[in-house]
Design a protein around this ligand. Structure first.
Ligand code: ZN
Ligand code: ZN
Length: 270
């Protein structure tokens, strides 16, 4: 009796080809640099080749102690954090939102490149550990249903899920939701951003966050208004504390120096 039927072999060959095709669609460029596409000799946590990784604008210089944005001077806090209530304990980000970091966020958010999420989340997990964050659970800044339908997914959800897995923390999906569509933060100046997010978020399950140290995950922090409003509703629901982790944050610009209103003409979208 023959051990393998030739038909069976052909069939399994076909199945293998099909599986490879499916895998390629799901995990495109698994072994290529997310930014330049160069083949990776060794797979690494970031998904970037050594050149692109070296050029990534890491946010490890002078930063605002509260929101974590890069500062141009040695002040302890940026003006935004000094002049506005910020309900989170602390916010930190892996990168400054420019160059390669912008390309990665845009790919994940606007380019439908969901396979960027694990690399970005790995870098965020490392930041969490470096900063000695100590949280009990993770949740993502939610999108409105309308925006989620349009994009098909919430990029921050993808990051939060990966981070919760890596850190073995509870993932609180849907515990904070957006109650209505507000204007895109990207289209607004600084003052309007503060009003625009007020009353937009709601905790659906207060028991789930009661007494917990919550990690809020988002892709980009611009003025911190969104993260602060999410933190406010979590604290109101009796969360113990809220820390914020984003992949990137914008450089803090002193409005009088640049002549711009802070936060204007940036492409953050919540
Ligand atoms: Zn590269
Ligand atoms: Zn700040």
């Amino acid at each position: 009796m023959e051990k393998y039927s030739p038909y069976g072999e052909k069939r399994s060959e076909k199945a293998a080809i099909l599986l490879t095709r499916i895998a390629k669609t799901l995990f495109v460029d698994d072994c290529n640099c997310l930014l330049c596409g160069k083949e990776l000799v060794e797979k690494n946590r970031s998904g970037l080749c050594p050149d692109c990784l070296a050029k990534l604008p890491l946010n490890d210089g002078e930063i605002c102690r509260k929101c974590g944005r890069k500062l141009a001077n040695e002040a302890d806090y940026c003006n935004t954090c000094q002049n506005n209530d910020r309900y989170f304990d602390v916010a930190r980000s892996v990168c400054v939102y420019e160059d390669g970091a912008t390309a990665l966020v845009h790919g994940l958010k606007f380019g439908n490149k969901r396979y960027f999420a694990p690399g970005l989340a790995n870098m965020m997990t490392d930041k969490y550990l470096d900063e000695k964050f100590d949280c009990d659970c993770v949740l993502a800044v939610p999108l409105s249903d309308k925006r989620k339908r349009k994009r098909g997914y919430n990029q921050s959800d993808l990051l939060a899920r990966e981070i919760s897995r890596a850190l073995r923390l509870d993932y609180m999906k849907g515990v904070v939701v957006k109650t209505r569509d507000n204007e895109e933060q990207a289209k607004l100046g600084h003052a309007r951003r503060e009003e625009n997010v007020q009353g937009v978020y709601k905790v659906t399950d207060a028991e789930a966050v009661k007494g917990k140290r919550v990690l809020v995950v988002d892709d980009v922090l611009t003025t911190g208004a969104t993260a602060s409003e999410v933190a406010r509703v979590l604290l109101k629901a009796k969360a113990k504390s809220v820390s914020v982790l984003t992949f990137a944050s914008t450089k803090y610009k002193v409005p009088s120096e640049t002549g711009d209103r802070e936060g204007e003409n940036e492409d953050e979208m919540v």
